[in-house]
Write a protein that binds this ligand. Structure first.
Ligand code: SF4
Ligand code: SF4
Length: 326
């Protein structure tokens, strides 16, 4: 028996629903489309007027969380993003691909992020109309403070997400600045308004983990409780290998996030989305609750992998089980 859900039944604010466009966000995302096509920006557009759900995006900012932390973090992030990068040094540094990738650990050691990885660029990750000539995508992961994210959907969880987006922006800028000093052009890409490429598939390819039923990546070390940023470059980094920990199969048998999601947005079965079978969150059901609760985050918080000390043990247990089953 699932635990009683304190946020059900959920009735969206009619003022917000009045701003919904005629087109479904699921249609924009390509739910049910068997043909492959580039992803479209469905939300968090740099200019909300460019997308059908732009009026709902603007409404998000009208919900007063009662905490100055949101404004402070947004201003910090904007200031970091506006900082100019140093010029690209005239002579590109030469290193082996493995040594380039190993050098990224300096950003983890400095506490700017908790994980780094590299994927070869795949044009399928670029948003419709987007362009990138770079050959490498560096991914940085920053972990939430679990105690704060566990308060979701209270504003404190949303504030923690803002804090981590600020860190994600900082580390992407620092990696790009380092590459410029090393003589290689680099472009930071940071969320939530990441309009160049969709970061989740790039991060999965770079070994950050597997897609969970709740639509976020699950990593044994951090669970689903982290944010991403990226840096695009031609510096010849060695890709970091994709990882499999049995999380996908674990999600088949678990329904904790499904039961915890107030608007029933987390679908129990994989869906076809732009030609791929994958876990999918119903955008139209999630968005009103998400907007009314500073980004919600319940599904990330309740996922057992997110609980400190659980994920690595769970991954080891699943690996032993897979070993026994040959
Ligand atoms: S709560 Fe369960 S089903 Fe949902 S993403 Fe986490 S492990 Fe998968
Ligand atoms: S973020 Fe969306 S999918 Fe996750 S629990 Fe909240 S409403 Fe549900």
């Amino acid at each position: 028996m699932p635990r009683p859900n304190p946020y059900r039944p959920y009735t969206p604010d009619p003022a917000q629903l009045a701003l919904a466009p005629d087109i479904s966000g699921n249609e924009i995302n390509g739910l049910g489309d068997a043909a492959r096509r580039p992803p479209s920006i469905v939300y968090w557009a740099t200019n909300p007027d460019d997308i059908p759900h732009g009026r709902m995006q603007k409404w998000f900012y009208t919900v007063d969380p009662g905490s100055p932390e949101f404004g402070v973090e947004r201003a910090k992030r904007a200031a970091i993003y506006a900082e100019p990068l140093p010029p690209v040094a005239p002579t590109p540094a030469e290193r082996s691909p493995e040594s380039w990738t190993a050098a990224l650990e300096q950003f983890v050691d400095a506490g700017l992020c908790e994980k780094v990885g590299v994927a070869e660029m795949n044009s399928a990750w670029l948003f419709e109309g987007g362009a990138a000539s770079e050959t490498r995508v560096i991914i940085a992961g920053v972990q939430h403070d679990y105690d704060r994210i566990a308060t979701a959907p209270e504003p404190e969880a949303g504030a923690e997400v803002m804090v981590q987006y600020t860190r994600a922006t900082r580390v992407a800028k620092e990696i790009a600045a380092w590459l410029h000093r090393e003589g290689w052009a680099a472009r930071p890409v940071t969320g939530p308004m990441a309009t160049t490429l969709t970061m989740i598939p790039a991060a999965i390819e770079a070994g950050f983990g597997e897609l969970g039923k709740h639509g976020s990546i699950i990593n044994p070390e951090f669970g689903a409780s982290f944010r991403l940023s990226a840096v695009l470059t031609d510096a010849p980094f060695a890709p970091t290998p994709k990882q499999s920990h049995g999380i996908d199969a674990f999600c088949e048998a678990c329904r904790i996030c499904e039961d915890a999601c107030p608007p029933y947005a987390i679908l129990p079965d994989k869906q076809t989305v732009r030609g791929d079978e994958k876990w999918y969150v119903d955008f139209d059901k999630c968005l009103p609750f998400f907007n009314e609760h500073q980004g919600c985050g319940i599904c990330i918080a309740v996922c057992p992998w997110s609980r400190p000390g659980i994920g690595l043990n769970l991954a080891a247990k699943l690996a032993r089980k897979a070993g026994r089953e040959g």
